[in-house]
Design a protein around this ligand. Structure first.
Ligand SMILES: *[C@@H]1O[C@H](CO)[C@@H](O)[C@H](O)[C@H]1NC(C)=O
Ligand SMILES: *[C@@H]1O[C@H](CO)[C@@H](O)[C@H](O)[C@H]1NC(C)=O
Ligand SMILES: *[C@@H]1O[C@H](CO)[C@@H](O)[C@H](O)[C@H]1NC(C)=O
Ligand SMILES: *[C@@H]1O[C@H](CO)[C@@H](O)[C@H](O)[C@H]1NC(C)=O
Length: 225
């Protein structure tokens, strides 16, 4: 019970007159927010950052690594909503609040609409297509590029963005919380019954994220082609 309270307290965003957008990555070649910044690892809170950024008339602010505060009016290329479990560092000035993580921002803003995201694609793509439910490979992963795991934050979008930024156009979610990337599906992986992929995503119960030994596989493609 004590442990549960501690964990819940550490991941809850502050309840303020601002919108919490989620846990975001830094940009691919610059900080996600480049307007202004202030750092204090002992006194930083979500309120301190909000006050600092809104005082400079910025509309978006993010907290990183327990004590860094960044402001801006838009997200840099390559910054996207990542897995919520990447943002679990408490704020130096208020341990019950979350201030991002390593290279991750707890992102807030004055608009109820989340800011637009511009990925840094390694291929000319801008839409995703569901390829089907696939078996794992035999002795190898069906998708053997990058991989990520998020016990409570996996979604189809987060996995897709993660893989595209990592340089892969095919991605698959497995066993609710796992994400695998590749540029081709291993030949030992075969199409399975769609009912084999019926586990809800750990970060969005209305989305499906594969099953035991099964991947819900998607591909990025160019919708203008
Ligand atoms: C710490 O943050 C919590 C959650 O936002 C808030 O309720 C509380 O008042 C804050 N404590 C201090 C000392 O600011
Ligand atoms: C951090 O904030 C505290 C409290 O306001 C202050 O005493 C301290 O000097 C600050 N540290 C730095 C490095 O600015
Ligand atoms: C969950 O997924 C559904 C279907 O993709 C989507 O419409 C909804 O916005 C998602 N919810 C959240 C909180 O991301
Ligand atoms: C992808 O880009 C093309 C060309 O710019 C555009 O026509 C199309 O609407 C875009 N599709 C999506 C899903 O953004």
């Amino acid at each position: 019970m004590y442990r549960l309270l501690t964990i819940v307290g550490a991941v809850l965003p502050a309840v303020l007159a601002q919108t919490f957008y989620g846990c975001y990555t830094e940009g691919s070649s610059s900080r996600a927010l480049t307007g202004a910044q202030t750092v204090n690892y002992t006194s930083m809170t979500v309120e301190v950052c909000e006050t600092y950024c809104t005082g400079l008339t910025f509309s978006i602010w993010g907290l990183e690594y327990g004590g860094e505060c960044y402001c801006g009016n838009e997200l840099s290329t390559g910054s996207f909503q990542s897995f919520s479990t990447d943002c679990t560092m408490s704020c130096g000035g208020n341990a019950t609040e979350t201030c991002g993580g390593p290279n991750r921002l707890s992102l807030y803003g004055s608009s109820t609409e989340a800011p637009a995201v511009t990925l840094d694609p390694h291929a000319a793509v801008n839409a995703t297509e569901f390829l089907g439910c696939y078996t794992e490979g035999v002795g190898v992963r069906a998708l053997s590029g990058a991989q990520a795991y998020s016990a409570t934050g996996m979604t189809v979008e987060a996995c897709g963005n993660y893989c595209l930024e990592a340089g892969y156009t095919i991605f698959g979610t497995e066993y609710s919380a796992e994400c695998y990337c590749g540029n081709s599906i291993d030949t030992t992986s075969t199409l399975a019954a769609s009912t084999d992929c019926s586990m809800a995503c750990s970060g969005n119960s209305t989305e499906l994220c594969g099953g035991p030994d099964r991947l819900s596989v998607y591909q990025w493609y160019d919708s203008s082609a």
